[in-house]
Design a protein around this ligand. Sequence first.
Ligand code: 5RP
Length: 262
Amino acid sequence: MPSELSPIDKAKYVAARRAIDYVEDGMRVGLGTGSTAVWMVRCLAEMVREEGMMITTVATSSATAELARSLGLDMRDLDEVRWLDLTIDGADEFDPGLNLVKGGGGALLREKIVATASDQMVVIADRSKYVDRLGAYPLPVEVVPFGWQTTKALIEEMLTNVEVMGRSVDLRRDGPEPFVTDEGNYILDLRLRRISNPAQLSLILNQIPGVVENGLFLDICDVAIIGNSDGTVELRDIHDGTIEHERVDLIDGDNLFVDVVD
Ligand code: 5RP
């Protein structure tokens, strides 16, 4: 393990390192977005290079696509590949049922499309992302720019009728300007503090005209790998109902910084 990493990066790294064990030769793999996913893309590229594997990848954001290409991974459009064997992605929050909040990096729409098109989704995260109940992390909702203030008002009105603890809605900004997603949309961050019924909320949100998609990923994730800074991981498999603990075997000289274009 690169020794100069901070505890949080070590945790992300071991989760990412363990996740690539799910990748088999010939697979079509969805690549997530965010700092944990960056570790995974680096680990995957190194494994593909060292073991001469044939892997086709689809990225969930332009940032991930750029990184994956710079590392020599075979990157395709989803329309070319159509269906994926596996997607590995990070999350902003996940609960014991492996329901997720995603979109902190603004890529929730492509992330949800790619994860839904995959036979299996593996989430990788440090322990801080694991929560008893979703909602502490603001829920990102992607909306079309046209009439976004009306859409925001409709969401605020809808929130008065659902069981949440907070109800403020903020337009995500990139400096003084609205943050713009890869699909040219805006993001509204919903500060709900506690989401009592994620399925109901997701359904109602997606019925509002102007809402493109929300960051709740329900019944999509199969396995969560929680990384710890001591080099161990916890694997939670929602189908087997198992929780396993392992130490990640790292080969001395894991060389993840080679060929990385920052
Ligand atoms: C991006 C996401 C990311 O997966 C999520 O924000 C986690 O990112 P990180 O690994 O940097 O904590 O959903 O839209």
